[in-house]
Design a protein around this ligand. Structure first.
Ligand code: 6A9
Length: 775
């Protein structure tokens, strides 16, 4: 609509970061200002690895390779690896972590602990214990590969004893200064260790697995006592040398971006290996952090964490068994151990640019929903994550929250999914990379903020965040407004009406949850309205805390919580619940349609049949007849008055097993809803159309609890529903974790079984707060 100068200045605004001082200035994560948080397991996409919170960190990691059967190299967390279980048992987000990984026939225990000192983030040590499972055949041989790699800056020097034994690596980088990485002699095995190493360069961190894989040769032999008749030697796959794939003639070789040094040790199970990182500026080192002293440090941190966990969540007092407490500790630990530090640019599309363009490069310290499948930041997921993280350590929550707000542009937009850096990019198919500048995502950071306001620890960050929060709030109000005053509409719904049974609304976070069948300007979305009611309240509270003028936020809040107006816009008497409104028909279906050959056309050139949507009855403006999570929002976010007549009716729907209630939690869409468990396309299985999601169940359980504390006619019912739902959720999550080894993305509403991706230790970990009754 705009032309020339106007258009380009709008295009530029999209790519311009918000001009107010950042909540976390660029150096705030540096070793100088935040030494104890400099190193960490900030590569959650790996089974085990560490880096620093700096843009182009030197990285370290572990790969392993079982020498039994077909070789399969493990490095990045992959569902396809088929590991029986893996995850952090303990991880305090700051000092140490203990993880257990069950592969085929053996278990790896990976532990790290940090030791502050010097000017560059201090030292750390790793201990890897590899043990055979009782059932596995004796004499199994395993290789561990420890590596260190640069990301465009710094140098590494391998130190090799004999032919192939890498004993240590010295190096230096901008942010680490000089350092040494030592590989101590492994203990255990049957006394024989075979060594290999690799020192090479490659185009970037995203190629590490490939480089190592293609450097393996199986002509090495490992001496064993039980090796059988052939001279007690066994062939194994070892690192040999890396030969980059041939380039087409005339193509210049890409400049080496990454230097990679790998130490491989091969030995019989069980054994234990230690790796030590020593910072050059650490002057008064009280001895090596290895062996007994490493064990002592790990124990000290474990005890600290267990005590702190006990005092914060008090699960023993609530009658949980030690095993259930360990389950909760693992859930929290996976949330914390899933925190990553990413750096890079989003790829952004705006209405003012024909082509996608790069957003400014920036850092993001954030938790991730899933280490295997989505190891990156998602805006609305993070608001839920921070509810748990903030209870454990408000400072970590503030650091993440500030990083997210610092990604805001001058208009007030924050890209929803953060795919930053080459490692993150390599995990995402191209079509999912682009972020659109008109698209929102629920402002759940306000949920987190409301909780963080309970103490004053973050007040300085809050003050810096204030201008950004104001712009953010305005962005929702100006870009996601509905046609009528005080109504809202998610932008960015799928536009192609032929392709989808019901066009998706990815921006709402509820993806394929049914909305109006025909997206239009008349639409209004009740979930977004309730999110904005929450936002207005938190904005007013923050203004008060900062002694700023919050009048307009209070004003908005009063209107958005006016129950008569809410009912007027969103109560559907026919549905008996709150609803979206829009151009809608219930009478749609997917059908196979075979295009007809034109007269005289060769029948073989007619395109194959297509599954498309057919509309049997034309849409009209009306409430959308979908009953599910969206129908509950005024209750979930406490917009509804405790004495509202509709409250009782929502409780009926919640408790009705033919509608939302299951023995495992509240399902996303009523059994009686037309789109219940319906696919959206041939390839799109139902997602938010029946399964149980834990973020929404957390909000439900919490709402039941909060309303049960208020004066009102339904208190007894609220109390009993609260108890029942809490019990159902916890029993099922615990059972699934025990049976499958993982927490999952969603849970089947018929069986309670975990489904979707795993491990999913994002909002599913909110179970800890449900156990602790922290709402
Ligand atoms: C697809 C495939 C390797 C979908 O938890 C993150 C989000 C939620 O924010 C959202 O509410 N998940 C939920 O409906 C996962 C989204 C994953 C999209 C990436 C690319 C990568 O394949």
């Amino acid at each position: 609509a705009y032309s020339g100068y106007m258009r380009w200045s709008l295009a530029l605004r999209v790519l311009t970061l918000h001009p107010s001082p950042r909540v976390w200035p660029p150096n705030s994560s540096s070793s100088a200002l935040s030494p104890n948080m400099f190193w960490g397991s900030y590569r959650p996409q790996l089974y085990f690895g560490m880096k620093t919170r700096s843009p182009h960190s030197v990285v370290t990691g572990l790969m392993w390779l079982s020498q039994a059967g077909a070789p399969s190299l493990r490095h990045t967390c992959e569902q396809g690896d088929g590991l029986a279980r893996y995850g952090w048992l303990l991880h305090d987000g700051e000092n140490f972590g203990v993880q257990e990984i069950t592969d085929r026939g053996f278990t790896l225990r990976t532990e790290f602990v940090k030791r502050p000192g010097g000017d560059h983030g201090g030292d750390w040590s790793w201990r890897i214990r590899a043990s055979p499972q009782a059932s596995s055949s004796p004499g199994q041989i395993l290789s561990l590969m420890f590596y260190v790699a640069t990301d465009g800056q710094g140098t590494l020097t391998p130190h090799v004893a004999g032919r192939r034994h890498l004993t240590h690596v010295t190096g230096e980088s901008e942010e680490l200064g000089p350092f040494t990485l030592r590989f101590l002699t492994a203990e255990g095995g049957d006394g024989h260790v075979s060594y290999n190493y690799l020192s090479t360069t490659c185009p970037g961190l995203h190629t590490l697995t490939d480089v190592v894989r293609t450097s393996l040769r199986d002509h090495f032999t490992h001496p064993t006592e039980s090796g059988g008749s052939r001279g007690n030697k066994r062939r194994y796959f070892g690192l040999d040398s890396y030969h980059p794939p041939p380039l087409p003639p005339g193509t210049p070789a890409p400049p080496p971006h990454t230097q990679l040094v790998v130490h491989q040790l091969t030995l019989q199970l069980p054994f234990q290996a230690e790796v030590l990182f020593e910072s050059g500026s650490f002057q008064q080192r009280p001895g090596q952090l290895s062996g007994v002293s490493l064990g002592t440090e790990l124990d000290r941190h474990k005890t600290n964490m267990e005590n702190r966990f006990q005092s914060i969540f008090r699960l023993e007092e609530k009658g949980f068994t030690p095993d259930q407490v360990a389950f909760a500790q693992a859930a929290l630990s996976n949330m914390l151990g899933g925190m990553g530090y990413f750096y890079g640019s989003s790829v952004v599309k705006s209405p003012h640019n024909a082509e996608p363009v790069l957003y400014p490069a920036a850092p993001l310290y954030t938790a991730v929903p899933s280490r295997s499948f989505f190891p990156r930041g998602f805006l609305w997921d993070e608001g839920f994550h921070l509810l748990l993280i903030g209870r454990w350590n408000p400072s970590l929550a503030w650091q993440s929250l500030g990083h997210w707000l610092d990604l805001m542009n001058a208009d007030g937009w924050i890209p929803r999914e953060q795919i930053l850096g080459s490692e993150a990019r390599s995990k995402v198919p191209d079509e999912f990379v682009i972020q659109k500048s008109e698209n929102a995502n629920p402002p759940t950071l306000f949920l987190a903020l409301r909780q963080l306001l309970a103490n004053t620890e973050g007040d300085e960050a809050l003050r810096r965040a204030w201008p950004r929060l104001q712009t953010w709030y305005d962005w929702y109000n100006s870009t996601q407004a509905g046609l009528l005053p005080h109504t809202y509409r998610w932008r960015g719904r799928d536009q192609d009406p032929l392709r989808f049974l019901n066009p998706k609304t990815l921006t709402s976070g509820l993806d394929d949850y049914p909305r109006a069948s025909h997206p239009s300007e008349e639409e209004r979305h009740v979930d977004l309205r309730c999110w904005m009611a929450l936002a207005s309240q938190v904005m007013a509270d923050i203004a008060e805390r900062l002694e700023e003028d919050g009048g307009r936020y209070r004003h908005d809040h009063n209107i958005l919580t006016d129950n008569a107006l809410l009912d007027h816009h969103h109560w559907s008497e026919r549905l008996g619940a709150y609803a979206d409104y829009g151009n809608h028909t219930q009478n749609t279906a997917l059908e196979w349609v075979r295009p007809r050959a034109a007269p005289g056309q060769d029948p073989r050139s007619v395109p194959p049949p297509q599954l498309i949507r057919v509309v049997r009855k034309p849409p009209r403006l009306q409430y959308v007849g979908a009953l599910g999570y969206v129908s509950l929002f005024p209750f979930l976010l406490q917009v509804l008055d405790p004495s509202a007549p509709h409250l009782g009716r929502l409780l009926d729907l919640i408790r009705d097993a033919d509608k939302l209630w299951t023995p495992y939690g509240i399902r996303s869409l009523s059994k009686g809803s037309p789109l219940y468990l319906q696919r959206n396309t041939e390839h799109d299985a139902p997602y938010w159309r029946g399964p149980i999601w834990i973020n929404m169940n957390y909000l439900t359980v919490r709402a039941l609890y909060l309303y049960s504390q208020m004066e009102g006619p339904h208190r007894d019912r609220l109390v009993s529903l609260y108890r029942e739902l809490r019990q159902n959720l916890l029993a099922n999550l615990y059972r699934q974790y025990k049976n499958t080894g993982f927490l999952w993305e969603q849970y089947n509403d018929q069986t309670g079984q975990g489904q979707g991706c795993f491990p999913f230790t994002g909002w599913s970990s909110l179970l800890v707060l449900i156990m602790a009754e922290e709402y």
